[in-house]
Design a protein around this ligand. Sequence first.
Ligand code: ADP
Ligand code: 5GP
Length: 209
Amino acid sequence: MKKGKILLISAPSGTGKGAVIGELRSRRDDIEYSVSWTTRAPREGEINGVHYFFKTQQEFDENAEKGGFLEYARLYSTSYGTPKDYVEERLNAGKHIILEIDTQGALNVMANSKPEDVISLFILPPSMKELYRRLAGRGTETAGKVAERFAISYKEIPKANSYKYIIINDTIAQAADRIEDILAGNGEKYFNNDEMKLFIKALEEETLL
Ligand code: ADP
Ligand code: 5GP
């Protein structure tokens, strides 16, 4: 059986990764999602084993110690990690596995995998104003956390340049179409070209005022 690919998807918090991935998974059954471990508390509606495996710091550290993560990172005072055995098992079963992880973790996976085994993809918001609107509108973080995540997004955006493909999440359906296009082997139009570099620069320079 043909081994699946690791589909690395990163984006600043609030861009719409979760929404786009949800759309993609509802369309296809050859794409699965690796449920990460986290030490943060569940948000309303989040289910243990579905959105994350919610763990104590001690459980997390023990798993890291015994090499149980493909990668792990500490963000916003929380630990997040990708379980190694699960990903290997599903790739060998011929499934593509989405890793919805931060840029630090994604760079680790890129560095430690064969390029042909990985599709790296960064999702950008259509504008910083819209990113702020989505982040605040989600209503899952306090105002302080929204401000913290929004400020961090300015540092995250230039990291798009380390990814092979970049897409914009203007509508959820269009963003999912673009990812399907990449999976079908038509990804050249989403390479990080000069036009995209200018768009990234414009986002970095856009302020809310
Ligand atoms: P992330 O997983 O990147 O942190 P979410 O998927 O939670 O982001 O999306 C943040 C908020 O923006 C959610 O309320 C979601 O419904 C909304 N959203 C996502 N994509 C779009 C879009 N293309 N247009 C409008 N709202 C969107
Ligand atoms: P959230 O708390 O909003 O669900 O996620 C915060 C950040 O953690 C997001 O950027 C998300 O991509 C990242 N993240 C989630 N799981 C993992 C993981 O297993 N590894 C790494 N490195 N980052 C993760």
